[in-house]
Design a protein around this ligand. Structure first.
Ligand code: TYD
Length: 139
């Protein structure tokens, strides 16, 4: 199982010249898994909290390709908040960490790269159930 300690901020190379910037993310090279799925989240207001789940199998890299947001990760013991505020940075999330995304700027486009195709049955959307599965008690 993954832990908050395994959550890493990734810095991607900016290929920039007078025409602008280009960032490349290749599976198993710039990020530590093969890419099976991408999706992106936009149009969420500041007060919206998204995510609020853990994944039994999927690992993710999240990148705010436009705007900013925050990601809170928890593993029943530790927690960490990562501010995504540059299109050339990302955060790696291992499987089985609880995650919440919030504080979206109006122009936020949060790109999510996943190691697995979508399977709703590998999502744990109830925090008490999550704590049970990782062998911790809800206080
Ligand atoms: P949801 O998991 O609630 O989004 P988030 O946790 O990132 O805020 O997903 C929103 C909707 O989109 C929900 O109806 C499920 C659907 N969905 C897919 O069909 N495929 C996917 O890969 C994802 C991430 C979501």
């Amino acid at each position: 199982m993954g832990y908050v300690n395994d959550v890493n901020v990734l810095q991607f190379k900016q290929n920039g010249d007078q025409r602008g910037h280009l960032v490349v993310v290749e599976g198993n090279k710039d990020i530590p898994f093969s890419i099976a799925r991408i999706f992106y989240i936009y149009g969420s207001d500041r007060e919206v909290v998204r995510g609020c789940h853990a994944n039994r199998r999927s690992e993710f890299v999240l990148i705010n390709v436009s705007g900013t947001s925050k990601v809170k990760v928890m593993d029943g013991k530790a927690e960490k908040v990562i501010v995504l505020d540059k299109p050339h940075m990302g955060v790696y999330l291992p499987e089985m960490v609880w995650k919440e995304m919030y504080d979206f700027s109006e122009d936020s486009v949060l790109l999510c790269i996943a190691s697995e195709v979508y399977d709703p049955s590998e999502y744990i959307r109830d925090y008490a159930e999550y704590l049970k599965e990782i062998g911790m008690k809800d206080e």
